[in-house]
Design a protein around this ligand. Sequence first.
Ligand SMILES: [Zn+2]
Length: 804
Amino acid sequence: VTDYRLPTNVKPVHYKITLNPLIEDLDPRTFTGEVQIRVKIIEETDSITLHYNDLSINTISVNRINTETDIAVYHEYDNITHFCTIRINKVENEDVEETFKTNEEYIITINYLGYHRVDMYGFYRSSYKDENGDTVWLATTQFEPGNARRAFPCFDEPAFKATFEISILRKRNLQAISNMPRKNDGNQLYDNFETTRVMPTYLIAFIVSDFVALENDTENFKVWARKGAIEQAQYSFEIGPSLLHAIEEFLLDFKYPMPKMDEVAVPDFSAGAMENWGLTTYRERIILYDKDHATAGTKQQIATVVAHEFAHQWFGDLVSPEWWNYLWLNEGFATYFESFATDMVERDWRLREQFVVRDLQSALAADALSTSHPITQFVDSPNSIRSIFDTISYEKAGSVIRMMEHFLTTEVFKEGLKRYLQIRQYSNANEEHLYDAMNEKFLSTKPELYEDVAKIMHTWTRQPGYPVLTITSEEENQLTITQKRFLLTPTSTAEEDDSLWTIPLTYAVQDSNFDDTSTKQWMRGSSLKISRPTEENRWFIFNPQQTENALSRITNSIADMHSHNHYPTRSKIISLNYHGKCYNKRTHKYDGHHSLYYSRCHYPRWSSEADYIPWYSALNAFSFLNLRLTGTDIYPLFQEYLWKLIQNLYEGLAFEESDADSHVTQLHRSLIIQWACNLEHEHCIETAKQKFSTVSNGNTIPANLQSVTYCTALRHGGEEDWDLLWNKYVDSNYATEQSLILGALGCTTNQTLINRYLMMSITNNENIRRQDSASVFSAVYSNPEGFQLAFNFLQNNYDEIANS
Ligand SMILES: [Zn+2]
């Protein structure tokens, strides 16, 4: 078994890094670097182990600070673990130094050569075309989780926090930016940065480019982009400071810990965005916004991703995970704040409700698989670390954090968070640190519901899955509640799964306050009897607002629920019905997805449901069915059925924008029109074709209607339509528009075009960036006519794709 963890007998204290990037030179593009690491010996040793990867080491020297002695060393390298083990050369150091001494400090100096790859990891290169069509190069970084070691030798684990002093040589026409403000005036050849706070390697960042910035009066908030796109940075520039303040306010005035914040739009970027401390980086389409070239959904994504990266400045950057097992302490909170911080700024977007249908319900879907994993997950190798950047660490952790807020109450939750940050700042944390901080207030304010936070939370973080509660009332005035792990595809081993959760039971009764989500009772065992919360003739519902990370089956009639003015609760009922948990009155069984169409168990009053939140949830479930029924002989029935459900909505929202539309109406219209055209509704198709015909004359379609218009036109159009859109893609200066067109280009039913398009995504096509290849593939894959071609393509070109 390979041990991927560094020994803990040596601790880095301070790094001095000097880099000389040569991005504009001929291949191979390289950089030279020198790193001086001051380390402290915790326990006497004859070797020091640290990381590097994809670097050519020239020299390594070690000096004992106290005695100013140079120590002769040699090193060994392991290319699986990336361990560089520096050992004392005992022959040359005869009688002088045989070991590195406890409590002594040493300086390790390493000179090396590195490579500006194009794979978007480490210190990589990116490029864009300027207004003359010339390629302009830049060099930028992406280190999480383990790629700082490709830029400089280091102790590349989150618990090895240190301070960093960075200097970067650059040409006069460029500038470097990094986590900290620049010390010099920018006229010199080197950009020298102030020493950082104590921080982990994976959050270091530096960028050398000719970018320009929008900056505020005090110059502590900037948004950077290539010159030709800088005016698209206005929205991020405006909303950024408000989001930072919203998080500070939520954390009871716990201030943003860095002296400045830069946001950078990077043309080539592997993830969506990255939370480097004081220097957040983004794909262009996730930070640059222009009303005519980006949808309401994209605008929302920009704001929520910025909130996500900003939340990390506290959760991850100030308090870092002890090890990647606790990745969720970063991503769960960042996901939580995406909605709950942005909601404090964009107040009419209904993000608290959107959280339920976007994050919580997608977590429940992912976590319903028998292959799911616990939130706190043991990982060691780089591959296993990468594999947990998933729905469980993000959306499920975010949902469980929301559940914690509700059982603790918001007030106790906020105080606990502040306390957690104060105790663990500039250090590392595991989940116990979080629970301890929460317990302080919780146990003193809620004696009647005494339950240790850790004991509750472990049942949610240390085992996979979640419970489904079945509530029956066989005896008068009494309910029996049982819990069982919910699995989408029950197997024989699933039947034996006796996982139990500690559940904060909540319920609301008819005509009561649905905003009250306080815990009515704790459930620990497999079954519990409680008295019926209200009289026999009045209904009640468990888990209103879906604050528990659980599902509940209800054997009562829910017919009256639709009229209750509470959207997340309504959407929960729909999700419940359409997510394979529907109770069929005729068979007395819970039907799975496949039998759904035939079962009569649907939401009772579809025709009167007009709200976006429940519909988002419903159509999510319908897309699951749509995918499976496409091409079968019952598909026309399905089309007809679904069209009847959405017909009123389609006619009400219409295929036109209005200035009076709210943000949510714009989202809703895009969703419904997309479905109407997908269901081949004639009016929808004709409208889209008619709108598209005006595009060739230079007409612009409102951004929110572009995607459906382009996609539908291509499905029903020819090669010249495809080419028209392709040229529009190539000429566009807007990453958001380009991304939208890339999706639409996959909609064609012409097999030759589909194959050509797939091939373009992996060949050295300068028009499709490597970061976007996967979008091309998924655009084709989600097209019923492209599905099989995409699959064949993957098989035939597997090696090429895997190696790229
Ligand atoms: Zn994140």
